[in-house]
Design a protein around this ligand. Sequence first.
Ligand code: C2E
Ligand code: MG
Ligand code: MG
Ligand code: MG
Length: 290
Amino acid sequence: RVVPGQVPALLFYSEEMNQRAKEHLRIESELRLALANKELLLYYQPKVSLRSGRIVGAEALLRWRHPVRGLVSPGVFIPVAEETGLIYELGNWVLEEACRQIAAWRDANLMMPPIAVNLSARQFDSHLPERVADVMARHHVHPEQLMLEITESLLVRGAENVIAIMNELVAMGLSLALDDFGTGYSSLAYLKKFPISTLKIDRAFVVGLPFEENDCAIARAIVTMAKQLRQEIVAEGVETIEQMGFLRELGCDQLQGYLFSQPIAAADFERMLREGKRLAVSGRQATLSL
Ligand code: C2E
Ligand code: MG
Ligand code: MG
Ligand code: MG
């Protein structure tokens, strides 16, 4: 079977590559069913402000409740969806579901912080602003309630139309965060060309804090630069008190990571906010508690 945009498995000589192609095909066809069978859901991971101790945002993260394999992580199926083009449908579903949830929370009179949605580079075409505007309008979602996370590969593509699309989204009142910052190949000077309000330091540079000199230097450089560009900084993948302490000293205010909370189901995230949970630090533990 030949799938558009994919090399036919027969062209591969090695058995290993053949296996990989088969695996991709399996995931692709199962993913189509998953969309139809409502096996997809969003988890939410809080972003915590060190200054206030409050939950100031959350990132929506896609999950696949597979009937046999259980909860499948996006690292497995997003790359396949990107390769096959299925990411359009998947991305639209994510936007729809995030806006539906934001509207449901609002209708229940809950004060929820902005929710960030991840976008793949492949979703970033000239119709994107229109698609986002349409979903927001149908659910009566205000732009302050939604953020978009994009990755550095998009900047490297650097085309004028990418900047134009970003400007359109910003003109709609949305804010853009640059995800996984530091892992791509864009030069720092490059950044100022793009209307980005938030930088997310990738976990790869957080993991070694404060013991790895190189990670410390990189984190410091990113935070310094972001401040000069008047961008917010979020550190992702914060797992230890020591990492938190170092980031606090750098002046990085918003942190996200297992130290505070894993990504959790919508109902659990809602309960966390209803109860007014805040950051509490004692000894080597940091928790979101009452
Ligand atoms: P990301 O956007 O950089 O999301 C952060 C990832 O780091 C999430 O993995 C999250 O669960 C994980 N994480 C958060 N805190 C910690 C920590 O303290 N330690 C460790 N080890 N990991 C932590 P997840 O949910 O598996 O998502 C992986 C990637 O898949 C995301 O990276 C994002 O690039 C992509 N993704 C997830 N949902 C979507 C989506 O709806 N659309 C698109 N296009 N991509 C998505
Ligand atoms: Mg993200
Ligand atoms: Mg990230
Ligand atoms: Mg990441």
